[in-house]
Design a protein around this ligand. Structure first.
Ligand code: FAD
Length: 317
């Protein structure tokens, strides 16, 4: 079922989760160990992130370094199919522009359609590690809007081979990303919201936000989006802080602020267990307030901490 249908049928706030594919060599059981304890909360859908390959230098036997492409977390499409098969829950693969030609994107979408996966979260992706700024593949999509247009074309039966006769129309529900604290490349929040509006006008059916730790930023963002004419559901993305290291890693990686109160409480902790307790309680309070405000879904980035998410969801629903 499409995410948008889940949202339309919902009588209360729903729950959804986001997982990463296991590291190469780990096997699918690593994912089941992560997800099994979360299934009691009956998530409406589970997102699976996509990770592009990275260029690395590896030393050959003759001592010379050679540049190789390494994909650490392959398997997004297969994992989506496996999740749907094991749990009978809708899976939402993340689809990115980076590293894909349009032809490869089309092939991936054909695979997804064959597997009965009718949801995609359409994203641009970040710059590769060796690039200063995002560069599309030659013949690839440059912005999420372009990738989205390709999905919409296929939903209308328009494939890259224009002379393909009687092509089957795909039926994807399209979600896109939004940034309550602004995308880091955008000159200001207003222009970022204008780009989000283009995604919405182009056919996006819902938005999932970047994580945030201050609910006011989400509420203000939703209001600003409304004022810009964006009237589709905006799903809050939520993540717990469970280590002191994350106080610097999260802002650097995701370009979001840690509120002073949360920062001070974590800095006062003496053990990792105390940090996890503070992070869990903060996420619980955030979740309760968002649920009371009637948000459509609480979407949890579970990233290796399923027991923390389980504790939060148990206390919120
Ligand atoms: P876009 O919407 O294309 O926007 C990128 C930037 O360009 C923004 O600053 C925007 O304001 C600007 N912009 C947009 N259109 C135009 C235009 N026409 N002209 C000029 N500027 C424009 N990354 C992954 O690699 N894999 C994942 O699985 C993944 N999952 C994510 C899930 C969520 C919920 C979120 C919020 C992010 C996720 N990301 C993921 C990260 C995402 O790929 C990066 O944040 C990326 O830098 C931007 O992606 P986007 O889809 O928001 O890009």
């Amino acid at each position: 079922m499409k995410v948008i249908e889940h949202l339309r049928q919902a009588k209360d706030t729903l729950v959804s989760f986001e997982v990463l594919p296991p590291l190469k060599g780990k096997g699918i059981n690593a994912l089941w160990e992560h997800l099994d304890p979360l299934m009691e909360f009956k998530p409406s859908f589970i997102n699976v992130t996509y990770h592009r390959s990275e260029s690395m230098f590896k030393r050959r036997i003759d001592g010379v370094f050679e540049k190789v492409e390494v994909r650490k977390r392959p398997g997004t499409v297969g994992i989506c199919a496996a999740i749907m098969n094991r749990y009978k829950v809708d899976a939402v693969p993340h689809l990115i522009c980076g590293g894909f030609t349009r032809q490869e994107t089309e092939d991936a979408l054909i695979d997804l359609a064959f597997l009965g996966i009718d949801n995609v979260l359409v994203l641009r992706g970040d710059a590769a590690r060796n690039e200063g700024s995002f560069e599309p593949e030659p013949g690839g999509n440059k912005f999420a809007t372009e990738l989205m247009q390709q999905v919409i074309n296929m939903n209308n039966g328009l494939y890259l081979e224009e002379d393909l006769k009687g092509a089957v129309k795909t039926n994807f529900c399209i979600g896109v990303a939004g940034y309550p604290e602004k995308h880091f490349e955008a000159p200001n929040l207003a222009s970022d919201i204008q780009h989000l509006k283009k995604k919405v006008d182009g056919g996006a059916e819902y938005v999932v936000t970047q994580m945030f730790f201050d609910n006011q930023k989400y509420f203000q963002y939703v209001q600003a989006c409304k004022e810009a004419g964006i009237n589709i559901p905006i799903i809050p993305g939520l993540k717990p802080i469970t280590s002191k290291k994350q106080l610097t890693v999260i802002p650097r990686t995701f370009h979001v602020d840690i509120p002073v109160e949360l920062y001070s409480a974590i800095m006062a902790c003496k053990t990792d267990a105390e940090v996890e307790q503070v992070g869990t309680e903060w996420l619980q309070q955030q979740s309760k307030e968002l649920k009371a405000a009637g948000v459509p879904v609480l979407h949890y980035y579970t990233l290796g901490k399923p027991h923390v998410i389980a504790n939060v969801v148990r206390n919120v629903f």
